[in-house]
Each structure stands twice: as C-alpha cells, then as structure tokens.
Design a protein around this ligand. Structure first.
Ligand code: NAP
Length: 336
C-alpha cells in the first residue's frame, strides 16, 4: 500500500521532507501541498518533478478525499489549528516541532487526540531516531555506568538571523534537548533556571547569547545545557552523561580523521540539516509504518506537551532570573 500524504508548508524543512518522502523513503507519496505562498508551493512541485495538487488552504488539503495523512511543516503558530483539523478529520498527522506555540495549545491537541480514541499525532522530534542518541540510551539502560547523576550538554549553531530573539533559544533550539533528554534518562523535569554568561560580540540587540539552562529532574539529576547560537565554528551537539560508575558521551558524527601539514584534524558540520539527516529519514519512515500498521510509535502529542511545559518554565526563568518550577500533570494512561 502507498500512503497518500498532504504537506502543509513548503519552506526549508517542508521541501526537504517532500524530497525524502518522494525519493528516499518507501511506502508513501506526496499527493497534495499547500503554502501560504502558493507560488512557492507550485515551484516546489515543479522543481522536484512530483505529481501533487496545490491546495489554496491547509484546511482544504486536510479535507481532500485522496489525502490519507498530513505533514505540518508550516510556521509554528499555525501548527495547532492544522493538527486539530487533522484530528477532527480522523487523519494521522506528523507535525514539526513545536506541536503548538504554548503548552495550553499542546494540551488542547492532547485532549482532542484522547477524545478521538486513538493515536493520530507524531511530533517531529527526530533525535530519538538518531543512531548516536539511541546508542547512548542503550548504554544508559544497560546499567553499565550506574544511575545517571549529571548531564552536560551543548547546542551550538554557527549563527542565527536577526529575527532570532532570546526566547527562541528555548522554543526553537533547546526544545530538542527538552524532548530528547527526558527520553534518554526516562525522567521528568521539576525546575529550570537560566543564566547568562558574558555575551558574544557576534550577537545582536534582541538576543542574549550564549545562555546556560539548568534543569533538575524528579529523580534529582542535574542537567546543564549551553545554548550558543552564534558560536561561529559549526553546528555542534554535545551530550555527556555522568553516572555512578562511568561516563557516556554522545558519539561525534562520523568524519575522516586527517593527518596533514603537522596537524591531526576532523571536520565539524556547519548545517543542522546534515547533522540529523539520517534521523529525519528514520522518523518519517516510522510515521509511514505507524500509519500503515495503525499504530503510531514515534514522539507523541504528550511528548510535545511535556517539552512545551518545560519550555514555558525556561522562558519564564530567562526573564525572572529565578529557579522556576516545571509542573507536568501525570501522564494519561492513553500514552502509556
Ligand atoms: P520556513 O522555511 O519559514 O517554512 C515555513 C513555510 O510555511 C513558509 O513557506 C511559510 O510561508 C509557510 N506558512 C506559514 N504560515 C502558513 C500557513 N498558515 N499555511 C500554510 N503555510 C504557511 O520554516 P522552516 O525552517 O521550514 O520551519 C518550519 C517548521 O519546522 C517550524 O515550526 C520549525 O520550527 C520546524 N523545523 C524543525 C526542524 C527540526 O529539526 N525538527 C528543523 C527546521 C524547522 P511564508 O514564508 O510566506 O510565511
């Protein structure tokens, strides 16, 4: 069976997902696209050479008879309405992060999905599909380093645009750590604090960069995440787990080691798209399989909600300078 997918939002990641659905993955094809900029949607269809109809609105695409599942890759503030519409239409939906821009919005999606009675939502958190994170989790779960006590993490980008402000370090960037670290150590956050070191001269007036986010979990694990989005040298994701009897680190992306001109060197990636390129393939293939099998298994609406609740507390902590509580209600049995 080939799953007919409609894609809302044909910007950077939308176009990339359309490419992988059309040419890299199996079991699906893109039959419908929509973007607020219709010309851009038409260009993507033409440039990729796919046979997809361009719809005037996301709502019409969701309701189209031949669309069996929906991908939401539009601007974050538009996600909630499209995901709720897909649930109302009974169609499985893969939504790029953020699931919604507020925790309340995510909660509305959780409630709608529970009312629908079956899992219909997968959130585009791709790191749990990354081979490196999976290998790290296998080591932690094996007990070889004992119980995790501390995590030291970093999320560094070479640069960001002038439109990227202080709050986006949480909602756009840290959100990936907020999702993957709970999964990695099977724990929930209870508090957050944000501290600001000396700012880099490469930032701009609307962005305090770098930031250090300090999280505490229900089991007492302490996590520090450096978010540094104008670090210049590369796109660099670090994660070190300190356990009772050892330390486990996220592997570096594979890269040739070069001995040349009196130096030992390896490359560092510059583009986030390359860092998790395989994980994007695996997460979308898992979505296709989940829809086809009638059982979605990837990051759920509850994961989207949990990350948003923690993100809201971090945003608050950025402003207050205090340790802010993270109060996540207990997980509904629906998501067990
Ligand atoms: P982008 O390049 O700006 O693309 C978003 C597209 O959606 C634009 O073409 C935009 O049109 C369109 N759009 C906005 N509102 C719409 C609406 N109501 N209906 C239909 N189309 C609409 O952004 P992007 O980088 O692709 O990011 C898209 C989403 O994916 C964001 O939520 C982002 O956080 C997420 N993302 C996730 C990852 C990841 O690692 N998982 C990576 C990148 C992005 P205009 O430009 O005309 O507004």
């Amino acid at each position: 069976m080939t799953l007919n997918i409609g894609v809302i939002g044909t910007g950077a990641i939308g176009r990339d997902h359309i490419r992988r659905l059309s040419f890299a993955l199996s079991g699906a094809r893109v039959v419908a696209v929509n973007d607020i900029n219709a010309e851009q949607a038409r260009d993507v269809v033409t440039q990729l050479g796919i046979e997809a109809e361009v719809y005037a609105s996301g709502q019409e695409l969701i309701e189209a008879g031949n669309v069996q599942a929906v991908l939401v890759t539009s601007w974050g503030p538009s996600h909630e309405a499209f995901v709720l519409a897909a649930i109302a239409a009974g169609k499985p939906v893969f939504c790029e992060k953020p699931l919604a821009v507020t925790a309340e919005g995510c909660r509305r999606i959780v409630d709608a999905e529970i009312a629908a009675g079956r899992r219909l939502v997968q959130v585009g958190f791709m790191r749990p599909f990354d081979q490196g994170y999976r290998a790290l989790k296998t080591v932690i779960d094996s007990g070889e380093i004992g119980a995790p006590l501390m995590l030291h993490c970093a999320h560094r980008n070479p640069h960001v645009s002038e439109a990227y402000g202080t709050g986006m370090a949480i909602t756009d960037t840290l959100i990936h750590e907020l999702d993957v670290l709970r999964w990695l150590i099977d724990d929930d956050y209870v508090s957050a604090q944000v501290v600001f070191p000396r700012a880099t001269r490469h930032t701009h007036a609307q962005l305090r960069d770098p930031q250090i986010v300090l999280l505490e979990t229900a089991k007492g694990v302490r996590i520090d995440v450096e978010v540094f989005v104008n670090c210049k040298y590369g796109y660099d994701i670090q994660c070190e787990v300190v356990g009772e009897e050892g330390i486990a680190r996220l592997p570096e992306p594979s890269s040739v080691q070069l001995r040349s001109a009196a130096r030992l060197s390896t490359g560092i990636l510059m583009d986030w798209k390359d860092r998790f390129i395989d994980a994007y393939d695996v997460e979308l293939q898992a979505f296709i399989k989940g829809v086809t099998d009638g059982q979605l298994t990837g990051p759920s609406a509850w994961n989207g909600y949990a990350a948003a609740v923690a993100g809201d507390a971090c945003n608050l902590a950025q402003v207050s300078g205090r340790i802010e509580p993270i109060e996540l209600p207990s997980r509904p049995a629906f998501y067990n």
